[in-house]
Design a protein around this ligand. Structure first.
Ligand SMILES: Nc1ncnc2c1ncn2[C@@H]1O[C@H](COP(=O)(O)OP(=O)(O)OP(=O)(O)O)[C@@H](O)[C@H]1O
Length: 386
């Protein structure tokens, strides 16, 4: 069923500009600009300026763009033009475009980038930003405009609605803060991945891998519900994990290190997480739980509110971590693509069996580092609402 809402965007030169939004379930189907005379006297027109303002549209995010739901073409560009802003639009051409764009930035410049995308694109971008000497004057400021599937980052920054995020940006209502970043070094000792949402093994990683299957691709966020039934019925969910420094050791069905409270708009598995703080929360559920008990705990994330404490429970580990550490994985391999070795880093998917330093290695180690809010030559900043 399609629902329609109208959101006010900005007043300008005697005009009140709004957007009519149509949504079908979790999918946006239309963004249309509306203009009417301003009810009160409007503020005088101001030149909207930001250094190197770029709209980066990852056009395959969410369920992809149509002429109706192309927010860049239908809303962002016409409004920036009317505000006489200087900006550039970059539309992704292929699956490497976003990372390549990150790699081509001029290290002597600062940028503000509106990410019309989901989380994976932001992750690809950060991992694409080249090495370089930190420059005191170069910053990258990121604003997520939630057009992906889960949109964990945008939801955690209280930017659930793409039109409201753009409106708040135009009206100068957002806070800009240093962006906490983390690095995972895989067992081969060479592959290093920057992340800022979640590192997961077990159920969550398996779910993200399964949801990539072609049969689920055309669905929005609903595809995760479909795929989770398959995993709960058919997967072993016994991750043998030790974190020496944290005194954590056991067999876990679900194991996630999270920086953000929301993994989706209404799903808050880690309510104590704060995307502006440089700390991770370990959330893990024991393999001793039966599937019904496990599902109850996973689904409890839909009832949590930001700031809640999780109910103490011998089968749940919930711990704040604010220093680097090692994850040791001691699973016995069963088959060539054993899902017990599946890892998810902000929606990017790996099977650790392909990242061993030698084929006989039995214990696989992932090193996790908290890195400063800097990548290559840039200070990394994020815009959001507290
Ligand atoms: N033209 C294109 N052709 C092929 N792949 C593309 C193209 N444009 C973007 N992509 C890829 O599509 C993916 C979009 O991921 P993104 O995270 O933005 O959305 P999502 O997966 O729907 O959302 P979320 O990660 O929030 O669940 C990225 O991997 C990106 O590189």
């Amino acid at each position: 069923m399609i629902t329609t809402v109208r959101k006010h965007l900005v007043d300008f030169c005697g005009e009140r500009i709004s957007v009519e939004i149509d949504k079908d379930g979790s999918k946006y189907t239309k963004f249309a600009l509306l203009s009417e005379p301003c009810p009160q006297e409007c503020a005088p027109p101001q030149l909207f300026t930001r250094e190197n303002l770029i709209v980066l549209d990852s056009v395959h995010s969410g369920t992809g763009r149509t002429s109706g739901n192309d927010i860049t073409v239908n809303v962002i560009e016409p409004v920036l033009r009317r505000l006489h802003a200087r900006y550039q639009v970059v539309k992704s051409q292929n699956s490497k475009s976003v990372a390549e764009f990150g790699n081509q930035l001029d290290p002597t410049q600062s940028y503000t980038i509106l990410f019309v995308s989901g989380d994976t694109s932001v992750s690809e971008f950060f991992n694409g930003v080249g090495a370089g000497v930190p420059s005191p004057r170069s910053s990258l400021t990121i604003l997520p405009i939630a057009m992906g599937t889960g949109n964990a980052l945008a939801n955690s920054l209280n930017l659930n609605c793409p039109v409201e995020a753009f409106a708040s940006f135009l009206r100068g209502e957002l806070v800009t803060a240093e962006f906490p970043l983390y690095r995972a070094i895989l067992p081969d000792g060479e592959t290093s991945v920057v992340f800022f949402i979640v590192l997961s093994l077990g159920f969550h990683a398996n779910l993200l891998h399964a949801a990539e299957n072609e049969k689920y691709k055309s669905m929005g966020v609903e595809r995760f519900q479909e795929a989770s039934g398959d995993i709960l019925q058919n997967y072993k969910l016994q991750e043998q994990i030790t974190l020496d420094k944290q005194g954590v050791a056991g067999s876990y069905a679900y194991f996630a290190l999270v920086n953000v409270p929301n993994l989706e708009a209404s799903y808050i598995p880690s309510p104590q997480s704060d995307p502006f703080k440089h700390e991770l929360h370990l959330l893990a559920y024991s393999s001793s739980l039966n599937r019904k008990q496990l599902l109850e705990r996973i689904m409890a994330g839909y009832k949590n509110r930001r700031g809640d404490e999780l109910t103490a429970d011998p089968y749940t580990t919930y711990k704040r971590i604010s220093e680097g550490f090692e994850i040791k994985l001691q699973n016995k391999q069963e088959g060539p693509n054993d899902p017990a070795f599946e890892l998810c880093l902000d929606g990017q998917l790996y099977n650790l069996l392909q990242y061993k330093s030698d084929q006989h290695q039995e214990e696989l180690t992932i090193q996790v580092e908290l890195i400063d809010s800097a990548l290559g030559s840039f200070d990394i900043l994020v815009m959001g609402k507290h």
